[in-house]
Design a protein around this ligand. Structure first.
Ligand code: ADP
Ligand code: MG
Ligand code: MG
Length: 250
């Protein structure tokens, strides 16, 4: 589904190469990327999202065969990419419901589909909120304003559920998720796990993976994927850290 080949990325402002040839194939399964701090995990998610400030100097990234790197961020979303960010933005004055409806309709428009009627949207958003145990009151509040960490996480999962992406990228590194918030993320991901949907879960710690059992685990170090394996690879990292793996691949 998501196919990354020999991806090289440098900072636009500085002559600093961060990704040094990432090769990664993500199928319609749950893939985890782990790796030491500073290895380029967040940079990879930013580049895939189309964030400014990075320059692709070599390589490619495609989603279902379509070149992602040529697209505007909203076109990437329309193509089925969803990125959950470590720090969800607060948007004063914009109701959560309005925000979700705008996002859903922007995606439909970019796909050449008709807008969802207000009535249909309400029906869908209420049903999905209920499935995810999200309070109806949260739908009316301004986006993420005054939300607790857990509420922001729930809201992020609701956004994901509404947009029905094909490929979800979650960068949870360094976000200091407490156990409850981590469980929420895991429940949300597990609820949306389905045939035809892929997940790339980026995390520094194994503990998130106790709740989201990955099918495939990749280790990233110094701007490359250096090892790929099954869930046992995450346990190896938990028990022994990265040193053994890095020595092995060096
Ligand atoms: P990870 O998420 O694996 O911890 P990052 O992608 O955040 O790694 O960072 C990879 C490397 O790139 C680090 O050395 C980091 O300091 C550097 N880096 C990333 N973004 C910037 C930036 N905007 N300016 C300077 N250095 C950056
Ligand atoms: Mg980091
Ligand atoms: Mg990071």
């Amino acid at each position: 589904m998501l196919s990354i080949k020999n991806l090289h990325v440098k900072l636009e402002e500085e002559d600093k190469q961060i990704l040094k040839g990432v090769d990664l194939e993500v199928e319609a399964k749950v893939h985890a990327i782990m790796g030491p701090n500073g290895s380029g995990k967040s940079t990879l998610s930013y580049v895939l999202s189309g964030k400014d400030g990075y320059e692709v100097t070599e390589g490619s990234a495609t989603l279902l065969g379509t070149d992602l790197l040529d697209m505007e961020p909203e076109e990437r979303a329309a193509a089925g990419l969803f990125l959950a960010f470590q720090y969800p933005v607060e948007i004063p004055g914009v109701g959560n419901m309005t925000f979700l409806r705008t996002a859903v309709n922007a995606q439909r428009k970019a796909r050449g589909e008709e807008e969802m009627s207000a009535a249909d949207f309400l029906k869908v958003v209420r049903a999905k909120a209920k499935d995810l145990k999200i309070d109806a009151e949260m739908l009316k509040r301004p986006v993420n304003m005054g939300f607790s960490g857990g509420e922001k996480k729930r809201n992020e999962i609701l956004q994901m559920a509404m947009l029905e992406p094909k490929m979800c990228i979650l960068d949870e590194t360094d976000s200091g998720l407490d156990v409850d918030a981590m469980k929420l993320v895991a429940e949300g991901v597990n609820a949306l796990r389905s045939e035809g949907r892929g997940f790339l879960v980026i995390t520094h710690y194994q503990r998130l993976l106790d709740h989201i059992k990955p099918d495939v685990v990749h280790i990233m170090a110094d701007g490359r994927i250096v090892k790929t394996g099954g869930p046992e690879l995450a346990l190896e990292v938990e028990n022994n850290g990265y040193a053994d793996i890095l020595a092995e691949v060096a």
